[in-house]
Design a protein around this ligand. Structure first.
Ligand code: HXC
Length: 510
C-alpha cells in the first residue's frame, strides 16, 4: 500500500510538471502563467479538485506512442469562486502546445457534462495550437464534440472563455459560442486563418497581433468582451465578473451585501443634461451614480462606444445596463451597437438578470454604409431581443428618444415593465429641424416661418408629456431619484412571471 501511495505521489509530481521545466520556463519567459498556476489564481485557495490527471492520448502515429504526458495538455476539474461552484478547463501549452487531441477533448467534455448536471458555469482557459496535428480527424472530431456541447450548454449555464495564448483555426469556434470572451493583451490571439494563409490568399501582410490580437478583437471586430494587461489581472477580473452571474438558467444571480443605501439620491444628476440638446454628456456618469458603490463591469468598452453594456448591482442584485452614449456618434444606433446590445440583452434574459435601459438616442445612423451593411436586419436584432425578453425591464429616457430607436430601446410597447422619463426627455418621430424641413418645405426660404414652426414642434414634442399622457411612460421622475425608483421597481418586479408562446425556438433575424 505504501508503495502505491509513493507511486501515486511521484506520478502526481510528474503530471504537475506538464511538458517539463524547460517548457514551463519558456511559458514564464513570455509573461504567461502555466495552466495550473492560472487555476490557482482563478479559484478560491485549496478549492480545486482535479479530474483525469493521468489521462493520456492514444495516438500511435508519428511515434506518438512514446511521447505521452499525463493529463494530455489540459487540466480539468472544479472548484469555487467566492464559495460558488465552477467547472474549469485550462489548456497546458507546455504539452504539445496545448493542442487538442481526442482524449484532451474528452476531458473538456467530461467537465462540461458535469457542469450541466450540477448546473454550474464553465470557465475555459484557452492556450492552444489547435487540433493535434498528429491525430488528424480524431482531433477534428474532438473539436466538433466540444462545439456541440457548447451549443447545448448555451443558455443553460454561463460559459466564459479566457483566451490566454494562441487560439487559431476552427478552434476559435469554441470560445465564439460561449457567452463571453476575455483576452490577455500582447500574449493572446484568435483568428480563423493565420498571417501566412492570409498572405497567400489575399496578398495582405499582417502580423498575428494585427490580425487577431486583443486590441483587434476589442476595438475592430468586437469578438472579445474585454482585454486585460496580463494573466493575473485577467483571472482576477474573471473572478469579479463571475460574482455577477447566476450558476444556471433556473437560478437568480447571487445577492451581495452593499454598503450603498437603496434610498440614496444624487442631486448632481438634476444638472447633468446640458441645456443645448446637441451637446453631449457622459452616460457613464449616470450609470456610476445610480448603481451600487459605482461598481460597473463594462463589456466591450472599446467597441461600438455609442452603446454601453455591462453588469452592475442595485440593492445588491445583479442588473444588466444598456445605455446610449451621447459622447459617441451622438448615441445613434448603428449596426455594431445594435449587435452588441442585442447579444447582451439576450444573455441577461437567458440568465434572469433584469435589464435597466438608459435612453438618449437620436435615431439610427443614416448612410449607405449602414444600409448596405444590413442595418435593417441588425437593428432588428436589438428590437427582437428586447421584445422577447421576459426578465424585468426598467427604462429611463434621459433625453432624446426619436423615431424607431424610441420603440427599440425597451419602450413600453416592447413590454417594458416600468418606463420612466426625466423632465429633459424629448420623444418624437425625429428632431425639430428635420421634422420642420419635411413638413414645411414650402417655407424653406423664410427663416422667420421656419423658426416659428420649429418652436411649435419643440413645444409639442421636446418634453415627456405627450408620451406620459398616453401612458407610454409610467411617470416623469426627477433625475436625483433615479436609483431609488429603479430599486423600488426591481423589488416589485422580483416576482415577475411572463412567458412567451410555446415554440421550438424563435427565428431572430441573424
Ligand atoms: C501538435 C503542436 C501543435 C499542434 C504546436 N505544437 N501546435 N503539436 N499539434 N497543433 C507543439 C510544437 O510542435 C512544439 O512542440 C510546441 O507545441 C510549442 O510550439 P512552438 O511552435 O514551438 O511554439 P510557438 O513558436 O509559440 O508557436 C505556437 C503556434 C505554432 C503559433 C501555435 O506552434 C503553430 O503554428 N502551431 C500549429 C498551429 C496550427 O496550424 N494548428 C492547427 C490549426 S487548425 P515542442 O515539442 O517543440 O515543444 C485547427 C483545426 C480545428 O485547429 C478544427 C476545428 C473544426
Amino acid at each position: 500500500m505504501k508503495d502505491i501511495i509513493e507511486q501515486l505521489e511521484s506520478a502526481r509530481e510528474h503530471a504537475y510538471l506538464g511538458g517539463g521545466q524547460k517548457r514551463i520556463d519558456a511559458q514564464h519567459d513570455r509573461g504567461k502563467l502555466t495552466a495550473r498556476e492560472r487555476i490557482q489564481v482563478l479559484l478560491d485557495p485549496d478549492s480545486f479538485e482535479e479530474y483525469d490527471t493521468f489521462v493520456e492520448h492514444r495516438c500511435t502515429d508519428f511515434g506518438m506512442e512514446d511521447n505521452t504526458y499525463p493529463g494530455d495538455g489540459v487540466v480539468t476539474g472544479s472548484g469555487t469562486i467566492n464559495g460558488r461552484l465552477v467547472y474549469v478547463f485550462s489548456q497546458d501549452f507546455t504539452v504539445f502546445g496545448g493542442s487538442l487531441s481526442a482524449t484532451h477533448a474528452q476531458k473538456i467534455l467530461k467537465v462540461m457534462d458535469m457542469a450541466m448536471k450540477a448546473g454550474a458555469p464553465v470557465i475555459g482557459l484557452n492556450d492552444s495550437g489547435g487540433a493535434r496535428i498528429q491525430e488528424g480527424v480524431d482531433a477534428l472530431a474532438g473539436y466538433a464534440d466540444v462545439f456541440q456541447q457548447n451549443i447545448l450548454a448555451s443558455g443553460v449555464i454561463p460559459q466564459i472563455s479566457v483566451v490566454m495564448g494562441p487560439c487559431a483555426g476552427g478552434a476559435v469556434y469554441s470560445p465564439a459560442m460561449t457567452d463571453f470572451i476575455f483576452m490577455v493583451q500582447d500574449s493572446s490571439y484568435m483568428f480563423v486563418t493565420g498571417p501566412d494563409v492570409v498572405k497567400t490568399v489575399t496578398n495582405e501582410v499582417v502580423t498575428q497581433e494585427e490580425l487577431g490580437g486583443a486590441s483587434t478583437h476589442t476595438t475592430k471586430s468586437g469578438i472579445a468582451d474585454r482585454a486585460f494587461e496580463n494573466d493575473v489581472v485577467a483571472l482576477m477580473q474573471t473572478r469579479r465578473f463571475y460574482d455577477f452571474l447566476p450558476l444556471n438558467n433556473r437560478q437568480k444571480p447571487p445577492k451581495r451585501p452593499s454598503f450603498d443605501s437603496a434610498t440614496r439620491t444624487d442631486a448632481s444628476l438634476d444638472s447633468l443634461i446640458p441645456s443645448n440638446p446637441n451637446k453631449p454628456y457622459d452616460m457613464h456618469e449616470v450609470i456610476t451614480k445610480i448603481v451600487d458603490e459605482g461598481d460597473f463591469f463594462e463589456l466591450q468598452p472599446a467597441y461600438a462606444g455609442n452603446i454601453i453594456t455591462g453588469l452592475a448591482r442595485m440593492d445588491g442584485e445583479t442588473v444588466g445596463i444598456v445605455a446610449n452614449q451621447p459622447m459617441v456618434l451622438a448615441g445613434c444606433l448603428d449596426i455594431a451597437s445594435s449587435r452588441k446590445a442585442a447579444r447582451f440583452v439576450r444573455f441577461c434574459d437567458c440568465f434572469n438578470i433584469p435589464i435597466i435601459t438608459l435612453v438618449d438616442v437620436p435615431g439610427f445612423l443614416p448612410g449607405t454604409a449602414q444600409e448596405y451593411g444590413g442595418i435593417i436586419k441588425h437593428g432588428a436584432k436589438l428590437l427582437f431581443a428586447y421584445g422577447e425578453a421576459t426578465v424585468p425591464k426598467i427604462t429611463i429616457i434621459t433625453r432624446k428618444a426619436y423615431g424607431g430607436a424610441y420603440d427599440v430601446m425597451a419602450s413600453k410597447h416592447l413590454r417594458g415593465d416600468l418606463n420612466y422619463a426625466w423632465p429633459s426627455a424629448e420623444i418624437a418621430v425625429m428632431g425639430a429641424k428635420g421634422a420642420v424641413e419635411i413638413l414645411y418645405r414650402k417655407d424653406k426660404d423664410d427663416p422667420d416661418k421656419i423658426a416659428e414652426h420649429t418652436q411649435r414642434y419643440e413645444d409639442l414634442f421636446a418634453n415627456p408629456f405627450v408620451a406620459a399622457k398616453r401612458g407610454f411612460l409610467d411617470e416623469v421622475i426627477m433625475p436625483h431619484n433615479t436609483r431609488l425608483r429603479i430599486i423600488k421597481g426591481l423589488r416589485k418586479l422580483a416576482s415577475k412571471t411572463l412567458e412567451n408562446p410555446w415554440k421550438k425556438h424563435d427565428n431572430i433575424p441573424l
